[in-house]
Design a protein around this ligand. Structure first.
Ligand SMILES: NC(=O)c1ccc[n+]([C@@H]2O[C@H](COP(=O)([O-])OP(=O)(O)OC[C@H]3O[C@@H](n4cnc5c(N)ncnc54)[C@H](OP(=O)(O)O)[C@@H]3O)[C@@H](O)[C@H]2O)c1
Length: 287
């Protein structure tokens, strides 16, 4: 690790979707910061004055050096039972090294869907952070639009058991912009931000993606059992599959809280959230 720029911000998960976008926006805004990576080979290409620390949440001994001099942290998350212990390791090290404020990536619906493992893990991790005594901000995105550049798209088909139900959508770039505000400006401590730009059915999403890509992208309404089998054959874990099926049960029933959230971004960023049609244009070449 180099130490010439003395950054006070640490971005974890910088090789991932959210951490990578936060790093890009910090970089573009001219901030110096440090990133935590498990593997240097996964380093994103930032052009600014960035430090890299190698560390792993699973290895407590690797964390104090990465946290030296750090005041504010973007804390990435991932889905798996190990994440609770990993976060405990990280928060213990953060407290010891004098971190003040942690901005955590959580998810909408942590109480509502506490019976679904992904949301229960977020609920436990949120509480762990709140109870740690560190200053915190919780980012709670609904469904992220960038999912349509990955697992939500199968050969130009959107294959999910949603019927005509609507689901809230937010652009990961907006989640990152809110994180940037929380990491660099006052007024975000103790806040719990549900982040949503608009709610759309998957049929509407398929139309917007067809228009932006010029391809025929189709929504195929699956029955839940077929969806379960398709996720199984793609290697998803049973817990993750159960979480997805539970979300789609509520989308079909019209009771999914992701679908009921208005634009929560404007009060924070001073502009509305990026709409899906804009996302579809910006990401047309990646879809
Ligand atoms: N997609 C959605 O619609 C949505 C909506 C709301 C919330 N979320 C939440 O978003 C989270 C996933 O975020 P993402 O899409 O940014 O994930 P991602 O792209 O898979 O990135 C996860 C990051 O965490 C790092 N990481 C994994 N294990 C680590 C460890 N032991 N120590 C240090 N770093 C570690 C990874 O580093 P490596 O490169 O080394 O693996 C990677 O940089 C999940 O918790 C999910 O519930 C997603």
């Amino acid at each position: 690790m180099t130490t010439e720029i003395n950054p006070t911000i640490l971005v974890t998960g910088a090789s991932g979707l959210f951490g990578g976008e936060i790093g890009r926006q910090l970089n573009d805004s001219g901030f110096t910061f440090r990133i935590l990576l498990r593997d240097q080979a996964r380093a994103p290409e930032f052009t600014g004055r960035i430090e890299t620390a190698i560390g792993d949440f699973a290895n407590p001994d690797s964390l104090p050096a990465a946290l030296e001099g750090i005041e504010r942290v973007f804390l990435a998350s991932y889905d798996g039972p190990e994440v609770v212990e990993h976060q405990a390791n990280f928060l213990a090290a953060a407290k010891r090294t004098g971190v003040r404020h942690v901005v955590r990536l959580s998810a909408n619906g942590t109480e509502e869907w506490a019976h679904l493992s992904i949301f229960n893990q977020h609920r436990i991790c949120d509480r762990q952070l709140v109870d740690s005594g560190l200053e915190y901000t919780l980012l709670k995105p609904v469904w992220v639009m960038q999912n349509f550049t990955s697992f939500m798209m199968v050969n130009d088909n959107i294959r999910v058991p949603a019927q005509d139900g609507v689901a809230g959508q937010v652009d990961a770039r907006d989640v990152a912009s809110v994180a940037l505000a929380a990491l660099t400006m006052e007024g975000h401590v103790g806040k719990d931000y549900v982040l949503c730009a608009e709610a759309l059915s998957h049929g509407e999403i398929a139309q917007l993606l067809s228009r932006s890509t010029g391809r025929n992208i189709t929504y195929v309404d699956l029955d839940p059992e077929t969806y379960r089998k398709e996720l199984e054959s793609s290697g998803w874990t049973k817990k993750s599959i159960d979480s997805m099926l539970g979300l789609f049960d509520d989308i079909r029933a019209g009771t999914n809280s992701d679908s009921m959230v208005g634009d929560t971004i404007k009060p924070i960023l001073g502009r509305p959230g990026i709409l899906f049609r804009q996302f579809a244009k910006d990401y047309a070449s990646s879809i």
